[in-house]
Ligand binder design. Sequence first.
Ligand code: UDP
Ligand code: MG
Length: 132
Amino acid sequence: MIKPDAVEKGFIGPILEKITAAGFKIIAMKYTRLSRRDAKEFYAIHKDRPFFGELVDFMTRGPIVSAILEKDNAVEDFRALIGATNPAEAAEGTIRRLFAIDIAENAIHGSDSDANAAIEGAFHFSGREIYS
Ligand code: UDP
Ligand code: MG
């Protein structure tokens, strides 16, 4: 997902350019807005963390771009491309370093395992919205 902060700042195009230039193939994509229920479900693993309320507020305040990306070693390579959760700690040239401002509003989400990528892909897309 390209998160609401990056969408608001006009970074959809530059971020997609970085993603495709890094060799990821877009096999599903949509521009949508999460309901509070959606955001709570998507981030359910963090429901007991102190930042959960703010995370739900942030993720629902405007539209996002969701996508499913295909590549060899996609999860690991995408996490490397986006950089650390806190942009201040993200490596030079990573998407979060380039386009994000803080640990909450960090521009982009990437799945952390193949299993979660499958769950999160199914959260955003039906089978006939995926073109692999
Ligand atoms: N987050 C936050 N405060 C924190 C840690 C995380 O607001 O101290 C937000 C941030 O938007 C982050 C998301 O919660 O991307 C999910 O956190 P996670 O630790 O899973 O980081 P990620 O996998 O996105 O790098
Ligand atoms: Mg995570």
